[in-house]
Design a protein around this ligand. Sequence first.
Ligand SMILES: [Zn+2]
Length: 411
Amino acid sequence: MSPRDFLTDFAHMSSFGATAGGGIDRQAGTADDLAVRAWLREVYASLGLTEYQDAIGNQFGLKEYVPGAPYVLVGSHLDSQPMGGKYDGSYGVLAAVHAAAGVMQRVADGAVEPVLNLAVVNWFNEEGSRFSPSMMGSSVYTGKLDLDDALAIEDHDGVTVADALAVEAIQPETEPISAASYAEIHIEQGPILERSGNTIGLVDTTWGAKKYTVTITGDQGHTGATPMDQRKDALYGAAKYIVAAREVVDQFPDGVLHTSVSTLELFPNSPVTYAGEVTINLDLRSADTEVLAQAEALLAEERARIETVAQVEISQQLTHQWGLMPYQPEGLALAETVVRDLGHPFQRIKTVAGHDSTNMKDLVPTVMLFVPSRDGFSHNEKEFTTDADMLAGVEMLTGVVAKLVTGELAD
Ligand SMILES: [Zn+2]
């Protein structure tokens, strides 16, 4: 496949779930997600990759070189956030397809001698917007999330993951694909590479993350008639906690802690009745475990204070977390050899966002690569990466996968 084919494929792929503002809205298991998955199935077939879908909807395209040997997996995710960008995840899947095609060509030419098998993968529901938690497909694959628990998770309309996947009418394979190593390329989703002028980021660590569901319970009442001192207004309590979650960041040096509340449900959500119950999420991220622990302690104090002031009860439950595990140094060294040979400007970088590679690196040696994001926009239609950077990333990923299939990172 030539560079032109990549850009043509990218434009076509971006038409699935395209939004007016140049992004995509392709949440996991929706009609648009299923349509782009059907397209990927055709792409696999056109390259001679055998489709292999597991029970959580991870969509593999297999190229077997050595019967019985484990696979070098390369991929990312085709699902998106609501009104998201067209590069997040999707770029990585298409780059994986083209990298696999490039490696298959090198094998056919006798330039690469594989000792492992090769598979492209589109992980199901990385985004976790319709079905929470995020990184679902790779979490089930790596044994961090129980399959039946994941299949039973419901979206807002009560549709389960199992229901959404059943629409594809594909009989899932039950035997897991055994992995030897994993490679993924993704847009940075931050401004660091653009600012430094580097084309390729070699990811050495993932920031830690803790995600919670927070329920603020009061007692609903009349917005006009109820005396102010008698009110147990859950939305008032939630508002105070949302502010506290934002301002706790100021207790730490710049850039050390990221926090967000990004969802809110209130009951009964009526103009004449103040809320009796509000549910929000809370997302804490840091590259420093101690900072995360301090932030949690500070927020616990805030919760106690707000419970008194707003006359509400606040309960907070951990729903998803990942630690600060570094990526394997051997993978970084391998990627550095490739990037030096290609001559692209590069640097080491941390990922603030979680990725499927965050899961995979705990299972097998993993190489994670970044290409620049303009102005750091992500989860937004304004997400943008230049064609030149995308193509450099494909070239880079191809070089990495060519080494992986020769068993360089396998033990
Ligand atoms: Zn992503």
